[in-house]
Design a protein around this ligand. Structure first.
Ligand code: EPU
Length: 337
């Protein structure tokens, strides 16, 4: 293992923020990971996966451990079901493309999401009517206290909207080293209910879509709406879509009759944060080398050279403005470091 000093993290976070890691090591095996935790040299450690859900606002004094665990294997094949294990350091989208190459269904709606496989369960990534939890079988995680590997079933992960046990009471206590997915080999459960997918498939003149068509449709929609982090630094949705009470929606409808909303339960309504931010006047606004994306107001962008603090301050200004106009608190989805 090579321990490096003063490494720029610019190419390790999709926001492309140029902060430094005082100490850095790339880890290729679970044994190496465990041996690092047995060392006394670096008491503080910081785990870095795909760097796609974080805003770095300062240099990192702790040892940055870049999880570079790679490998995909088919564990079992039974009737219409296959279990596939993928190590944490695999790139999410490349893994999705691999499953499609094998004609395995389940992850097609989650095409082109940035990040790595190991971090996907933490926030239960989701898009276009599907969430990770729908195909998640289990994961293996290193318990940082005992340095033993533990398995978590789907139920034990307590998945919720952009949430799991790893963001709640297990936060900071485990490192996910691999994830097992339960996929289909035929008779796939296609999910084409999301409006944008329906429209895209119609545009493609596809009547009976395959998992490959759905993936292509999702990729086309995402490429049109969301900035490619390789070209413009960003972390996808910066905020979660807020959930409000029905009574508050009714009050808001007096002044904003067109407010888009999705009913979650009798009492709970989800409102798109992108709409709130657009109404607050921020969509497409630039502040020098950073700003709010032109086509999706939920995404904050670094046009090159922006500081994490600049983007953090912009996010706070958006929160304050949205709160003043709508009395709704926007919670950051991205981890602020
Ligand atoms: N909208 C606007 N203005 C905008 C953006 C959105 O008015 O600038 C409104 C529109 O009414 C639109 C509605 O918001 O119909 C929903 O927009 P969209 O379908 O783009 O989805 P979203 O709610 O903004 C969520 C996820 C995305 C995911 C899409 C598609 C969250 C926080 N975000 O966005 O996830 O790709 O749905 O399923 O739940 C991510 O987490 O990084 C991410 C990109």
């Amino acid at each position: 293992m090579h321990f490096l000093q003063n490494i720029s993290l610019k190419s390790f976070n999709t926001f492309a923020i140029d902060v430094k890691a005082k100490h850095f090591v790339s880890v290729h095996s679970i044994d190496d990971l465990i041996s690092i935790y047995k060392l006394d040299t670096y008491p503080d450690k910081f785990i870095l996966g795909g760097g796609s859900n974080m805003l770095l606002t300062k240099d990192i004094e702790a040892l940055v451990i870049h999880l570079n665990l790679k490998g995909i294997s088919v564990k079992s094949l039974l009737n219409n079901q296959v279990l596939v294990e993928c190590l944490a350091g695999e790139n999410w989208h490349e893994f999705v493309l691999w499953t499609l190459d094998q004609d395995f269904g389940g992850l097609e709606n989650l095409s082109l999401i940035p990040g790595n496989v190991g971090t996907s369960p933490i926030q239960n990534i989701g898009a276009y009517g599907v969430e990770l939890k729908d195909s998640f079988h289990s994961c293996t995680a290193l318990n940082l206290e005992t340095l033993e590997l533990e398995t978590f079933s789907n139920k034990e992960c307590a998945f919720d909207y952009r949430n799991s046990i790893f963001k709640q009471h297990a936060k900071g206590k485990y490192i996910i080293v691999s994830v097992v997915f339960k996929l289909t080999t035929n008779n796939h459960n296609l999910n084409t209910n999301y409006g944008a997918i329906k429209t895209e498939l119609e545009k493609m003149s596809v009547r009976q879509p395959s998992i490959h068509d759905i993936s292509k449709a999702v990729i086309a929609i995402r490429e049109r709406k969301l900035p490619n982090p390789k070209e413009i630094g960003n972390s996808g949705s910066f905020f979660k879509n807020p959930i409000i009470k029905r009574a508050q929606l009714e009050e808001l409808q007096v002044n904003f009759p067109d407010i888009p909303h999705y009913v979650i339960s009798n009492e709970e309504i989800k409102v798109p944060a992108g709409w709130l931010i657009e109404q607050a006047g921020f969509k497409g606004k630039t502040f020098g080398n950073y700003g709010v994306h032109k086509k999706q107001a939920l995404v904050l962008v670094n046009y090159g050279g922006a500081k994490g603090d600049d983007i953090l301050k912009l996010s706070q200004l958006i929160q304050e403005t949205v709160s003043r106009i709508f009395n709704i608190h926007l919670e950051a989805e991205v981890n602020i470091i």
